[in-house]
Design a protein around this ligand. Structure first.
Ligand code: NAD
Length: 279
């Protein structure tokens, strides 16, 4: 609250929405939000921040862990529900959006966060590997947008935030299929931002740098990295540390909020300056 008061005082020109007597920038209060891959990692932090800001959240995850995650939030009096959804399957994408409509009657924000990041260079990438990465990271975003957009058009607007990656811009020899899938997410984001503006649907991207998330920690562990790898690697980042899951969540919630009402088709890279060192 103190931050909001300071922010309002210093930013008189920010767009604001009314809440009775008070004006609140960066509000997502009351919004119905779906977060794919919201059971663990960055997605779980995105879910947490939306709930803390009084939104209501559908966790759409392939893993049944989403059920327990939603249950824990419900125990704390928050409105979170879970739907099993493999984003690479058209039927699951449609089922998840229908579930949100049945539960809440609308869908204001779709966060396409679910993704996998297995390491392989060109010569190590066989067809099955390529297809799996593309199916989840790129086709999954297309399928979720295709399911959600008619609902958003019908209700007169909405917001989509796609989680890409710094590697969409920098490449990454050992992340061949992954980097290309995230490049596709950038193009998809720009395409839909242009196409859907007339329906008052905003579409933006958030591109994390390097986040010791649940999945990234497991991967690094399997490659024999020491437990303190985030601190060691962080010292080489211009701003002095790796990014946290919460760093990414802040940008997603900002782009979904009243303060970003005129922002669409933009890519927000949250990498502490890591990208400068890779170019
Ligand atoms: P994570 O592995 O910690 O969590 C991923 C979540 O997505 C899990 O809950 C998992 O069950 C779910 N998921 C996986 N496949 C799914 C599918 N087919 N359908 C639905 N849910 C599925 O991963 P994370 O590090 O939190 O990554 C989240 C997003 O951020 C991904 O899109 C990833 O590419 C991107 N990203 C991560 C980093 C990083 O350093 N961690 C960097 C750049 C971009």
């Amino acid at each position: 609250e103190r931050f909001v008061r300071l922010f309002v005082r210093r930013n008189d020109c920010l767009p604001e929405i009314s809440q009775g007597e008070e004006t609140v920038p960066m509000s997502v209060e009351g919004k119905i939000v779906m977060v794919t891959g919201g059971a663990k990692g960055i997605g779980a932090s995105i879910v947490k921040l939306f709930l803390e800001r009084n939104a209501q959240v559908v966790i759409a995850d392939a893993s049944p862990d989403g059920e327990a995650a939603a249950g824990q939030w419900q125990d704390q009096g928050k409105k979170a529900v879970y739907v099993q959804c493999d984003v690479s399957k058209a039927g699951d994408a449609k089922k998840a959006v229908t579930f949100a409509e049945e539960q809440f009657g609308r869908l204001d924000v779709l966060v396409n966060n679910a993704g996998i990041f297995p390491r392989a260079n060109l010569l190590q990438t066989d067809e099955a590997f390529w297809d799996r990465v593309m199916d989840i990271n790129l086709k999954g975003v297309y399928l979720m947008c295709r399911a959600a957009v008619p609902v958003m058009i019908g209700q007169g607007g909405g917001c989509i935030v796609n989680i890409g990656s710094l590697h969409a811009a920098t490449g990454g020899e050992e992340l061949f299929a992954y980097a290309i899938s995230k490049g596709g997410v950038v193009t998809l984001t720009r395409n839909l931002a242009h196409a859907l503006a007339k329906h008052r649907i905003r579409v933006n991207g958030v591109h994390p740098g390097w986040v010791p998330s649940h999945g990234e920690r497991a991967l690094m562990r399997s490659q024999g990295a020491e437990d303190d790898w985030p601190e060691q690697r962080g010292s080489a980042i211009p701003l002095g540390r790796l990014q946290t899951e919460d760093d990414i969540a802040e940008s997603v919630v900002f782009l979904s909020s009243s303060s970003a009402d005129q922002i669409t088709g933009q890519m927000l890279t949250v990498d502490g300056g890591l990208g400068f060192t890779l170019r």
